[in-house]
Design a protein around this ligand. Structure first.
Ligand code: SAH
Length: 340
């Protein structure tokens, strides 16, 4: 078997059993292998010390265990956020962020290297699209960061580089591994989309058990088109319909994310329009004061942010504000990008 470039993390349960069998080993070796990988986070085949030496050498010469190579990291282990840069098997770059909150530890994973969606305010857009990550490459971000983390990772958000719904199959496989093999509760895994309407219907029809976040970022198509060109094919009316469908099928609240951009979408009039738009949907609203990336957009002054929040005080949905943790090291939302 020549699998030198294939990562073991990309094998399905069935494929793992086949490998174990083809190496002349008993089926329980598969369980031991998964235990070493997903529970004990070992980095090298030779550290799996309850496996026969013969199996270890065969695995070592046939498979790469970890598809990602860590290149660097920023931030210290006692900072609220740390960012990690990795290289994929195809030699593209991605970033992942580890964040500590009071009683949770969250990792923010990338689903693609670069991104094709081209939101005007997001740093990842400047990279263009490089590649879809394999399920193993997504899960490997979890394994690497868990190893570095001071506390057990409790939550995963697909809010790093890329548009998860343009890599739907691999993202759902990776989420399933995190849920079923690593035991992260399904409601502690959030997939955030820029708003690919057809895939929101698909997530509902597939009954994926994870949470959904939609990056709305504007109360109407006119503003949204200027900052998120995908609005042309995914207008707000359709987006809202798909979110309602998602709720009707799964009975789970959708989170709408709204990045506050000075003089673009931060007026009180926008807040009122937003409240009207969302008033009939069971949802939460998460406001994200913009993290600057050196382009033409700015974060609104605190006074405008307060006024926006105040205008929503009678909203029938919960409003939260996300002050990104890693802005000092460019690890805040929308700050992930790698210059080549
Ligand atoms: N493509 C997905 C996931 C990545 S972005 C999506 O669009 O949802 C994760 C969140 O960060 C999105 O809500 C996005 O609108 C927001 N974001 C992007 N750039 C930002 C920036 N510079 N400051 C603050 N939030 C930003």
């Amino acid at each position: 078997m020549n699998n030198n470039n294939k990562s073991f993390l990309d094998l399905s349960k069935k494929e793992i059993s086949e490998v174990v069998e083809s190496f002349g080993e008993l089926p329980y070796r598969s369980v031991q292998l998964e235990d070493w990988i997903y529970k004990k986070y070992v980095e090298r085949w030779r550290d799996m010390n309850n496996l026969p030496q013969k199996l270890v050498s065969r695995l070592d010469s046939s498979f790469k265990l970890h598809p990602l190579t860590e290149i660097s990291s920023s931030g210290q282990s006692n900072d609220p956020a740390q960012k990690f840069l990795f290289q994929t098997s195809k030699k593209n770059k991605i970033e992942s962020v580890l964040m500590y909150q009071k009683n949770r530890t969250t990792i923010c994973v990338s689903s693609q290297s670069g991104c094709a969606v081209d939101c005007k305010f997001c740093a990842t857009a400047f990279m263009g699209f490089k590649e879809n990550l394999s399920p193993g490459e997504i899960v490997d971000q979890f394994l690497h960061l868990s190893k570095k983390s001071k506390s057990r990772v409790t939550n995963v958000v697909f809010m790093g580089m890329g548009e998860p719904f343009l890599n739907y199959k691999n993202v759902s496989k990776a989420a399933e591994i995190m849920n079923k093999k690593i035991n992260i509760g399904a409601r502690r895994i959030t997939i955030s989309t820029a708003g690919i309407v057809s895939k929101i219907y698909k997530m509902a029809d597939d009954k994926l058990p994870y949470k959904l976040a939609i990056s709305l970022n504007a109360p109407n198509d006119e503003i949204r088109k200027k900052i998120m060109p995908l609005t042309i094919n995914n207008p707000i009316k359709e987006l809202i319909k798909s979110a309602e469908y998602y709720y009707s099928k799964l009975k789970r609240f959708v989170t709408f994310e709204y990045v506050l951009l000075e003089n673009i979408n931060d007026s009180e009039a926008c807040a009122f329009e937003l409240m009207d738009l969302l008033k009939d949907i069971p949802c939460k609203l998460n406001l994200i004061p913009y993290n600057e990336i050196g382009g033409k957009f700015s974060r609104p002054k605190s006074k405008s942010i307060d006024a926006f929040i105040n205008a929503l005080k009678n909203a029938p949905f919960t409003v939260t504000v996300r002050w990104s943790k890693g802005t000092r090291i460019d690890a805040g939302c929308g700050q992930l990008a790698v210059k080549n």
